[in-house]
Ligand binder design. Structure first.
Ligand code: CTP
Ligand code: MG
Length: 231
């Protein structure tokens, strides 16, 4: 059944999905590869559409797959599909340009974080709504982190208590993200990084282990197990 988005919602979610998935190994673009029989992108969009504040979803798809993605997502939720770019940042910019007038909160969410719970979408949106211009979901770093030189010699141990692993969706007041993208220079993998360059404070909220980014084959296997266990 197709989910209904909320016409009174104040949130647009951009879903960059145009990457190749090189680290996952040979095959289709990552967002189109199956996880428990359905493309990663279908899992991701289904969860986004289940978040009650969401008014608009814009997906940036690989150029060759735009029509296939439209057909694939039609039964899942009403989404706009645009052509992505060569870098993630270009894909996000293309999706941002397609957001209609209305939503004043924009979330940027990787298709590769296919099991992200709708509750995380809501908590990031709520933090923006409550007055933060830029919000990122984070987890504590669990491993000890060392800084090394080019020869793999340890230079020192980094204080892990001050480090956070950053996830998506990252949330922004719409005008803040628009200005940051218009001013963007070299491509970054993270939208909050663009906003930081503008001097805008970025606020952290608790992330979710289910929002893991499916990057390597191990992550795909883990996601299969999480789904089988009810994620
Ligand atoms: N992405 C995108 N456009 C690009 C590159 C990446 O829309 N030109 C998207 C991916 O589809 C993914 C998200 O950005 O949903 C996070 O990127 P990543 O996990 O690096 O995915 P890929 O770039 O596909 O993977 P890889 O780097 O292994 O090729
Ligand atoms: Mg990539």
């Amino acid at each position: 059944m197709t989910a209904q988005l909320n016409p009174r919602g104040d949130v647009a979610v951009l879903v960059p999905a145009a990457g190749a998935g090189v680290r996952l190994g040979p095959g289709a673009p990552k967002a189109l590869r199956p996880l428990a029989g359905e493309p990663l992108l279908v899992h991701a969009v289904r969860r986004i559409a289940a978040a009650p504040s969401v008014h608009t979803v814009v997906v940036a798809a690989p150029a060759a797959d735009v029509e296939a993605v439209r057909v694939m997502l039609a039964p899942v939720a009403p989404v706009t599909v645009v052509v992505g770019g060569a870098e993630r940042q270009a894909s996000v910019a293309a999706a941002l340009a397609a957001v209609p007038a209305g939503p004043e909160i924009v979330l940027v969410h990787d298709a590769a974080r296919a099991l992200t719970p709708p509750e995380l979408v809501e908590s990031v949106a709520e933090a923006v709504r409550s007055g933060h211009d830029a919000v990122i979901p984070v987890l504590p770093v669990v491993d000890t982190i060392k800084e090394v030189d080019a020869g793999e010699r340890v230079l020192g141990t980094v204080d892990r208590s001050a480090l956070r692993a950053v996830q998506t969706p990252q949330g922004f007041r719409r005008s803040v993200l628009t200005v940051a993208h218009a001013a963007a220079g070299d491509p970054l993998t993270d939208d909050a990084g663009l906003v930081e360059k503008q001097g805008v404070p970025v606020f952290c909220v608790p992330g979710s282990e289910f929002a893991l980014k499916i990057t390597r084959p191990f992550d795909l296997a883990l996601a299969e197990h999480l789904l089988a266990a009810g994620a």
